[in-house]
Design a protein around this ligand. Structure first.
Ligand SMILES: [Zn+2]
Length: 191
């Protein structure tokens, strides 16, 4: 688990792993403390560091599955590039205003994140602080990410692999889109 942020009061309505006592503490450390309290037998390696294009591949190489719960495009693209390079499956979750997204990417066999959202050059927008998000939606999508991760680790066949689920928290309507690899994708086209 990696995060270089500090818990702020404004995070608490959507980042349900934290509470007021955590404010000011490193997020990775606070989240690890909460998870250890839930289950002391779980081994957690919490890193108070920034995820970057430089360190992602090294960090991911030690794991069998990744979860991208980032709130910024550079981190998302770093996770994707690392998973593509290593052939690692990963669960992707995102929230924006009233919309949630969930997908499982398997870059060795299908589309990657870059195929779905090619880099535009202006990636500053999109963070919850700027755009707003229905706070409870983050927890809903987070729980759905956890469900996909459990299914993948357990070897279950019914997963969102190669598909994107779009969920509207206003209407409770959703749709699932099949993802296809972009032959011109700058990240996975060499596979
Ligand atoms: Zn791709």
């Amino acid at each position: 688990m990696i995060d270089n942020g500090r818990v702020e009061e404004s995070n608490l309505h959507r980042q349900i792993i934290f509470d007021t006592a955590d404010c000011g503490r490193p997020k990775a450390e606070a989240a690890a403390k909460r998870l250890r309290a839930l289950n002391p037998s779980v081994k957690i390696n919490a890193l108070d560091s920034e995820l970057s294009a430089e360190n992602t591949r090294t960090l991911l190489a030690e794991h069998t599955l990744a979860l991208d719960c980032a709130d910024n495009f550079p981190a998302r693209r770093a996770v994707n590039a690392g998973c593509v390079a290593l052939g690692l499956k990963y669960v992707y979750g995102a929230v924006y205003r009233y919309e949630g997204q969930l997908a499982v990417f398997d870059p060795a066999h299908g589309a990657c994140y870059e195929c779905l959202y090619p880099e535009t050059g202006d990636e500053r927008a999109g963070a919850c602080e700027q755009c707003g998000v229905l706070g409870s939606l983050a927890g809903m999508i987070g729980a759905a990410c956890a469900a996909e991760a459990i299914k993948l680790v357990a070897g279950m066949k019914e997963t969102l692999e190669g598909r994107l689920w779009l969920f509207d928290a206003l209407t409770y309507e959703g749709k699932i889109i099949n993802l296809r690899r972009n032959p011109g994708c700058k990240i996975c086209r060499e596979l």
